[in-house]
Ligand binder design. Sequence first.
Ligand SMILES: *[C@@H]1O[C@H](CO)[C@@H](O)[C@H](O)[C@H]1NC(C)=O
Ligand SMILES: *[C@@H]1O[C@H](CO)[C@@H](O)[C@H](O)[C@H]1NC(C)=O
Ligand SMILES: *[C@@H]1O[C@H](CO)[C@@H](O)[C@H](O)[C@H]1NC(C)=O
Length: 506
Amino acid sequence: MKTFLVFLIFSSSFLQTLQQQQQQQPIKNVVVLVLENRSFDHMLGWMKKSVNPSINGVTGKECNSDSTKQTICFSDDAEYVDPDPGHSFEAVQQQVFGSASIPSMSGFVEQALSMSQNLSQTVMKGFKPQNVPIYASLVSEFAVFDRWFSSIPGPTQPNRLFVYSATSHGSTSHVKKQLAKGYPQQTIFDSLHDNGYNFGIYFQNIPTTLFYRNMRKLKYIFKFHQYDLKFKKDARDGKLPSLSVIEPRYFDLKGLPANDDHPSHDVANGQKLVKEVYETLRGSPQWNETLLVITYDEHGGFYDHVQTPFVNVPNPDGNTGPAPYFFKFDRLGVRVPTIMISPWIKKGTVLSRPNGPTPNSEYEHSSIPATIKKIFNLSSNFLTHRDAWAGTFDQVVGQLNSPRTDCPLVLPDVAPLRKTETDENRGLSEFQGEVVQLAAVLNGDHFLSSFPDETGKKMNVKEAHEYVRDAVSRFIRASKEAMNLGADESAIVDMRSSLTTRSSNP
Ligand SMILES: *[C@@H]1O[C@H](CO)[C@@H](O)[C@H](O)[C@H]1NC(C)=O
Ligand SMILES: *[C@@H]1O[C@H](CO)[C@@H](O)[C@H](O)[C@H]1NC(C)=O
Ligand SMILES: *[C@@H]1O[C@H](CO)[C@@H](O)[C@H](O)[C@H]1NC(C)=O
């Protein structure tokens, strides 16, 4: 009898909370910013000590040994990092498993050592909070997720694909052909569009969301905006769409430094971008309806001490990875920093595990489409089995009855960490090479036998930036013209190479 009463009381108050939550869902615009290649412990691990003790961070007792039994423990003297630690599928496998059969997070030093002597020190360093002052401020003011994993234990592109489509369509690495052709899967952009919601991509060099083939369709061409021209204006005018995606600068130029945090780029510039995005949103008439999500595609080879989940993680769509691993997409990647910002978030929130939808659910990149579907009550199906499984984070804005009025208007200033000048003559990183390849496809140059491998390889950062900028604007201009001429909105413009046909009116 007693149990029965308790159950009744519990279930009615549970229903009430559920109703309240549904009525009170205060968010009308979600803004997403994905930066590059840094682990949770590397960026935020030391904030346990000086910012918020409930964060699952580091104490300095986290160590990795190499095969010669040399041990390196986690330190707080991370600064400017160059070169880039390993984060391919094979490299991450070694980092996560070491010589164990479960994810023991013990192979980081050994893996780095296989690349270079100095790198084994580099991967075991985290930032002092004062060197990432924007994050220190946001973590103490808003919410940090200390159990958010990259979606696959591998590099940038497959992880970035998960953010908006909950799958990498079987890729565990950068599959150049597929990236150029465009990935065929449905995305959360399609779901929003089909349900009558708007979205916008605010890009700086090139929208990497064009790696999804659907995004190249004419119907979406007016969704792409130059960050510098439009983001602040749309925010000031209260015209930000339901979902805004901010794409960082991927090329490092004099006067226009890269701000994607990818090594060798200076994280101080990433901090400046986050500061600018925050202050812009804070000053917008839409602030009270906004949720900003900041995360990192993957850990970039840097150490993290939290075991990666490897039990009951669902394969998204039946695809498996290529030989020799035939990866089943049944475990997650390394933990990455994730911070959320909204006036509806309680100061100093730390979120770890989600409450469902299954007992094994975790926060990972597919939590983003899963939560967008929930917030906007989209009638579209889940994109894959993975976003159906991933935890949703809508409760991060469910704790308060009204928006806070004490959120800072301005964040601290950021000092540069890199002492040297930008080197525009540097060769391209693998990621930049893929971006050039995408530009070549947009520009029609990939039909040329010389492209994209040869031309891309010869380019330095400055040349690549110019090539990419021109290709993107040519593609967007031609798509808009085709749209105005009444072309089918599901068509994709196929450009003729400007390298062979120099038409003044493409
Ligand atoms: C490695 O570190 C040593 C001393 O810290 C330095 O002299 C050397 O140039 C570094 N090597 C590389 C490849 O960065
Ligand atoms: C946000 O809500 C707070 C509290 O209701 C209010 O004081 C403030 O003016 C609102 N801000 C905007 C930009 O509407
Ligand atoms: C969500 O959409 C469904 C129809 O797809 C509708 O029945 C339901 O009332 C909606 N919920 C809310 C909270 O708007």
